[in-house]
Design a protein around this ligand. Structure first.
Ligand SMILES: Cc1ncc(C[n+]2csc(CCOP(=O)(O)OP(=O)(O)O)c2C)c(N)n1
Length: 532
């Protein structure tokens, strides 16, 4: 047994290697990215030939992970919380088919939206798909859950959703690791067609099996070592915590709990333990990171007689992360906050790097669009989203990955002109290509700018799935090659860039502009590495 200092993400990655995975499938997204990067950098993973190349998006990642599980091997699938929206079709239906080799899906949620466009709580998805869920309260537990979770997944026959949040993913603690296991051998399921062909007649049977399995899942939660009841003398209040909230509670009671505490880290809810605390205590306080998922469930199954406090009744704020301070306040403790940001720290808005090619794209685009009465620029998700801020103020929307093309299409259909989309290269291959096909099929009057920095910069410079092939992809989808225009976004090329932008806005049909210049961050890293 070895103790190492790991980020939560690294603990998960090491546990997956030690548990004998044959592949990780993922698309980058904060705060989940470091899981896959750790496996990519692991000598053991390389030696074993563990799959770790980035997928084009979360849906392709999850389907590939399910395929590996179908073949009997263990697979890990990782994404940020909004990635599960993209993978939701496969996710819900993997709950119907079940798995063969163990499969764990990591969702890294981002309450307080440190680097996300919403703070959805993906435990809702776990309940929606009715599959077992894990939510670690420490890095050690994250390791243990993944190390043992593949066996649990195989025993129960279902994928397991493991939910972590930003603080768990990105903070470090000592973690004791365990011996590495062999990989599973390839072994496709003998009853594969009964389970994996979700034609209605078979799917109806599978749904009944899933419903039947709920009892087994609940029993597993009730007997789980991750769900613990801590007795204490003052039964005026019982406290239920989930995931990392257990840590915040523990920080408020360094000398031991005053009230009974139920720590929940495996779902579905361990009903018997919940009933025990509800019966023993006068009132219940629920501490959970994210939505009031458990709080709402308690109100449903405990009935009206039990008083439940939490995010719904205002005992805790409804949005944003919990902290040891907010938890302390909810417990009526006097708090002298040491978490507040000192006043000497000046708040600085994020900005595009000096020398970034996206800057040149926006400068040229803004100058041309100033010639039109009411242009609209539909933005997308990536570093270039910062074009929304000063000094550019160049985009009018940013909703989800790929939406720039399809929203510009809908606006163009409604009569907006010029209707411009600005999308990054990785986002284009993630979920822009199908929208481009819609535009081609209807010869939409649209100008699409794929601002190509040849990397996935926003999340730290991972490989981008279409690097070197964007023109071919667009031509393959059906864009007239005469209207696929490549340019180099540099100040010295402004006049040429502006001429091309003008010509393509005036062209009545689908045009794709590809300003291409390598991200200066990846370029600098490459230069430094070559000097070593
Ligand atoms: C569904 C989803 N998956 C992942 C992310 C995380 N993410 C934000 S932007 C981005 C990709 C950015 O790459 P690119 O489009 O090439 O733009 P760049 O940052 O390089 O300018 C990713 C992976 C997200 N916001 N939403």
């Amino acid at each position: 047994m070895e103790k190492q200092l790991f980020l939560g993400d690294e603990a998960i990655a090491q546990a997956a290697i030690d548990a004998g995975i044959s592949g990780v499938y993922a698309y980058p997204g904060t705060p989940s990215t470091e899981i896959t990067e750790y496996i990519q950098g692991s000598a053991v993973a390389k030696e074993r030939g563990i799959h770790s190349r980035w997928s084009a998006n979360e849906k392709t990642a999850m389907e590939a992970a399910l395929g590996m599980s179908y073949a009997g091997k263990r697979s890990l699938c990782c994404m940020k919380h909004v990635g599960l929206n993209v993978a939701a079709d496969c996710f819900m239906n993997a709950g119907m088919s079940g798995i063969n080799g163990g499969m764990i899906i990591i969702t890294a949620d981002d309450p307080s939206m440190h680097s996300s466009q919403n703070e959805q709580d993906n435990r809702v998805y776990g309940n929606f798909a009715m599959i077992p869920m894990l939510e670690p309260s420490s890095q050690q537990e994250a390791y243990d859950m993944v190390y043992e979770g593949f066996e649990l997944s195989e025993k129960l026959g279902y994928p397991i959703l493991m939910r972590i949040t930003t603080r768990m993913a990105h903070s470090r603690a000592g973690v004791v690791t365990r011996p590495i296991k062999d990989e599973n051998t390839m072994n496709c399921p003998p009853d594969g067609r009964q389970r994996f062909i979700l034609l209605p007649a078979l799917a109806r049977k599978r749904f009944k099996v899933l419903l039947e399995s709920q009892k087994v899942f609940t029993e597993s939660s009730e007997n789980s070592t991750y769900n613990k009841y801590f007795d204490a003398p003052d039964k005026e209040l019982g406290i239920i915590t989930t995931g990392i909230a257990f840590n915040y509670l523990s920080e408020n009671y360094p000398d031991g709990f005053e009230h009974p505490v139920l720590k929940i880290s495996q779902y579905p809810l361990p009903r018997k333990l919940v009933e025990k605390i509800a019966n023993e205590c006068k009132e219940i306080l629920v501490l959970e990171e994210g939505y009031p998922v458990v709080e709402e469930q308690l109100k449903g199954f405990l009935g009206k007689g039990v008083i439940v406090h939490g995010r719904l009744d205002g005992t805790l704020q409804r949005d944003g992360e919990l902290t040891p301070d907010t938890v302390g306040k909810a417990l009526g403790k006097e708090i002298n906050s040491y978490y507040a940001i000192p006043e000497v720290v000046e708040q600085r808005p994020p900005a595009l790097c000096q020398g970034c090619g996206h800057r040149d794209v926006y400068e040229a685009l803004n100058e041309v669009l100033a010639e039109y009465k009411d242009p609209k620029v539909f933005g997308d998700i990536g570093c270039y989203t910062l074009g929304a801020l000063s000094p550019f103020r160049a985009i009018d929307s940013c909703i989800d990955m790929g939406a720039s093309i399809t929203m510009a299409k809908g606006a163009s259909d409604a009569g907006v002109f010029p209707a411009v989309s600005v999308i990054g290269d990785s986002t284009f291959t993630h979920s822009g290509m199908t929208g481009l096909l819609d535009c081609v099929n209807e010869n939409t009057n649209i100008t699409i700018v794929i601002s190509d920095n040849e990397t996935t910069a926003m999340t730290g410079g991972q490989d981008s799935a279409g690097t070197g092939r964007l023109e071919a992809i667009c031509a393959g989808i059906g864009v007239d090659p005469a209207h696929i225009r490549v340019m180099i976004p540099l100040k010295k090329n402004y006049e040429e860039m502006k001429t091309i932008i003008r010509e393509e806005i005036e062209y009545k049909g689908v045009s794709v502009l590809i300003p291409r210049r390598e991200c200066i961050q990846t370029l600098t890293r490459k230069k430094k590495a070559s000097k070593k």
